[in-house]
Design a protein around this ligand. Structure first.
Ligand code: ASP
Length: 316
């Protein structure tokens, strides 16, 4: 055991999050959920537990919080269904597990971990993922468990807008710009110097049935490699997949010698921005440096260091 400082960072998604858009009640709910997730992961790390256990514990709590778009409170697809994606990666062994399009696993992040530890595979999708999660004894719920009125209304608004496309005045931003990406994630460094990352999401509201984003794609939405860094992303998944953004941050550090702050800044403010994408990342390196960066108006985020108070922020 190296007995080095440990650290945990979490996010609840990036997007058009300002104090004009979010009610004080929602803000409080989000802050409380982020703090509970940090406390749960911290408790694991403080006792000498693994970064893998810490990120799973933190993400499970965020999945249970209806305020975020993961687990309960997930967004709906175009057909009014819920399809959940998640992945987890162990920086020590570079083993990874992921699920996509699940509909009945209460905590998809635990299903992702089970894929990593109890199957010969990395990614299971749809019915196969649901069946596997049930077979290994994870908690199964009816799809209606994930339903929340806010997300349902959000879908109805989007469907209505599609039926009656608004007349755009010159200079107004295109529809869809003002999105909130409520994906959740966690990255951690434990006392033994091991890194881990985890991400879980309902995807994007009004998505095509069967659409899979970056969150369950290793290298795109999630990545961890010891002595380099662990990354969890949020934003327009299609861009994160095409630009392999989580791994790009790792590659910038490994092959170009950039610091974690420089690598995340370049990925978000150069690569993602130039591609026309929106989003953010949380990352932690092997020395415990945390980098949180985004090119959206806000991002639900927080981190905690040894002996420290949880630091939580939402707006810029
Ligand atoms: N990245 C997620 C996806 O594209 C969405 C999000 O971050 O909220 O599925």
């Amino acid at each position: 055991m190296r007995n080095q400082p440990f650290v945990l960072a979490v996010h609840g998604g990036a997007g058009s999050i300002t104090n004009q858009v979010i009610s004080p009640a929602k803000e409080k709910e989000a802050r409380n959920a982020l703090e509970s997730a940090l406390a749960a992961g911290y408790a694991v790390l403080e006792e000498g537990g693994s970064s893998l256990d810490a990120v799973e514990a933190a993400v499970r709590l965020l999945e249970d919080a209806p305020v975020f778009n993961a687990g309960k409170g997930a967004t709906f697809n175009k057909e009014g269904g819920i399809e959940l994606d998640a992945s987890i990666m162990d920086g020590k062994t570079r083993r990874a597990g992921a699920v996509a399009g699940t509909t009945t696993v209460k905590n998809p992040i635990s299903a992702a971990r089970a894929v990593m530890e109890k199957s010969a595979h990395v990614l299971l999708v749809g019915r196969g993922a649901d069946q596997f999660a049930a077979a290994v004894g994870l908690e199964i719920v009816k799809p209606s468990y994930f339903w929340t009125p806010e997300r349902w209304e959000e879908l109805q608004r989007q469907l209505n807008n599609e039926r009656r496309p608004p007349k755009r005045r010159t200079g107004t931003p295109p529809a869809g710009k003002a999105e909130k990406f409520g994906t959740v994630g966690a990255v951690a460094l434990d006392m033994s110097g091991n890194l881990a990352a985890a991400t879980s999401t309902g995807g994007i509201s009004n998505k095509q049935f069967g659409r899979v984003g970056d969150s369950p794609i290793v290298g795109a939405g999630t990545y961890a490699e010891n002595d380099c860094c662990a990354v969890s992303a949020t934003g327009q998944g299609e861009f994160f997949i095409r630009y392999v953004l989580a791994y790009d941050i790792v590659a910038l550090m490994k092959y170009k010698g950039l610091s974690i702050e420089q690598a995340t800044a370049r990925a978000i403010h150069q690569t993602l921005k130039e591609a026309g994408g929106q989003g953010g990342v949380i990352a932690v390196d092997g020395r415990g440096n945390v980098a949180i960066d985004f090119n959206t108006e806000g991002m639900y985020r927080g981190y905690i260091l040894p002996g420290g108070k949880p630091q939580v922020a939402i707006f810029r």
